[in-house]
Design a protein around this ligand. Structure first.
Ligand code: XMP
Length: 435
């Protein structure tokens, strides 16, 4: 509970998450705080062993240089000042080295020599602390969770099941835009294997009806998002005596909502937007974790690797890969071709090596020949990219034999498709998704 903690004060660095992650990888818990945090606020955040004043290129806020409150120096803790010329500290670095290895060396000495920190941050301790905290927060009351089958909500579900068992109700909304086999896996793992109280809602027809004739990508996203909340709300109203809503918020969601020195990259959104009379208290047991730590928890909690190492999948699902106005035949072609692509990437040992891969089906046809006769059918586009943060991406180089095999299978097995293309565009100028 009171694990040793290193505080990173954000004085304008863009490297805060990298440094926090490196410290945690050395077994010491680390959190990022805004530059104007007070000593009183810090004292609530665990057993602080040292502070890193992390300066950098955003060191100006509202036209003023970022300064550190004098009382922080007065705490008597070891301080490491990085790229912040006015810091009153003996221990200084001009900047962080580019390579993680050299840092690691600097950090190791700061953590274990200067701060005398115990490397007691690990998955087992984290899980047992959180299980205890959730039990204390929830008592004998009930919790609701929207379980999408994505990594974060799946790990929250597994953790809460350990902590409070059947006081948790999971709702899995199938919007009809999930990948082949996904809703079945959620039901199999959570209801059949882990014994969760799971409400499965097949709302496919309802979503497809709402989306009929809608071609604009942003309009499609809005409809899918709004309808999702409506379906979830209807299910929540049917349940009685629920006081808490659990969410798979993770640390990057909080960092990306914007710090005081850097503008928000994207708004932090989970199942927001519920009406006022359905206000719940939040349970967010993963809010301190980076994605790799979430995955480690998932494995420790016994979730299957296919769920824990699932590649990213957009909320609107296959809806933004069935390009233009969604039709059932093309949606089926996206789902079937995506399943073939995933199976063959797995067979070729590419699973976990390529960051994201999927197929898209456009809303136009091309001429081909099938059984010696002219055919007029849809193409399938294969996309396979690598990226660190999804802001830029490069195209993954896939061996020709793998691509040939996938192409042949798609042409033989997917109805209404006579052509397969491979998208060679990096981001920018393209985005990862087609819509
Ligand atoms: P783009 O297409 O913007 O995608 O290069 C970057 C990453 O974000 C995912 N993505 C989404 N995720 N809702 C999501 O939850 C969305 O509407 C959405 N659009 C794109 C995309 O799959 C990629 O990983």
């Amino acid at each position: 509970m009171k694990q040793d903690t290193i505080i990173i004060l954000d004085l304008g660095s863009t490297e805060n998450p990298r440094i926090a992650r490196l410290i945690r990888n050395l077994g010491v818990y680390s959190e990022i705080y805004p530059h104007d945090t007070t000593v009183a606020q810090l004292q609530n955040s665990g057993n602080i062993k040292g502070i890193i004043l992390n300066g950098g290129k955003n060191r100006i806020v509202d036209g003023k240089a970022v300064e550190i409150l004098d009382e922080i120096y007065g705490m008597g803790l070891p301080i490491l000042a990085v790229d912040h010329p006015t810091a009153k500290s003996e221990n200084r670095l001009e900047s962080w080295p580019d390579s993680d290895k050299e840092i690691e060396a600097t950090l190791r000495s700061f953590l274990f020599k200067d701060c005398n920190a115990e490397p007691n941050w690990n998955t087992e301790n984290f899980l047992s602390d959180q299980i205890e905290l959730v039990r204390r927060q929830v008592g004998d009351r009930k919790v609701l969770l929207a379980l999408s089958g994505g990594v974060d909500s799946s790990v929250v579900a597994a953790l809460l099941l350990k902590a409070i068992g059947n006081q948790l109700t999971c709702v899995h909304v199938n919007h009809g835009l999930l990948r082949k086999g996904e809703p079945e896996q959620v039901v199999e793992v959570f209801r059949n294997q882990l014994g969760a109280n799971l409400v499965y809602v097949d709302a496919s027809e309802r979503f497809l009806t709402k989306l009929e004739g809608v071609a604009d990508p942003e309009q499609k996203r809005k409809i899918i998002g709004a309808e999702f909340i409506r379906v979830f709300e209807e299910e929540a109203r049917k349940l009685e005596g629920i006081d808490f809503l659990a969410q798979g918020t993770i640390y990057p969601d909080i960092i990306e909502s914007g710090t005081k020195t850097a503008k928000a990259v994207k708004a932090h959104h989970n199942v927001g937007g519920l009406p006022d009379d359905l206000k719940f208290e939040l349970v967010e047991p993963l809010r301190q974790l980076f994605k790799d730590e979430v995955r480690a928890c998932g494995l420790a909690l016994g979730l299957p690797e296919s769920m824990v190492y699932r590649q990213p999948f957009p909320g609107p699902g296959l809806g933004v890969r069935c390009l233009g106005a969604i039709t059932r035949d093309r949606l089926e072609a996206v789902r079937e071709s995506d399943a073939i692509l995933r199976e063959e990437f797995k067979n070729a040992g590419l699973e976990g090596k390529v960051w994201q891969y999927f197929t898209a089906v456009p809303d136009f046809k091309s001429v081909g020949v099938r059984d010696n006769a002219r055919c007029f059918e849809y193409p399938v586009i294969i996309r396979a990219v690598n990226t660190i943060d999804a802001m830029t991406a490069t195209v993954a180089e896939i061996d020709w034999p793998v691509l040939h095999k996938i192409t042949n299978r798609i042409l033989q097995e997917v109805k209404g498709v006579n052509r397969v293309c491979f998208d060679l565009s990096p981001k920018p100028t393209a985005t990862i998704e087609w819509e």
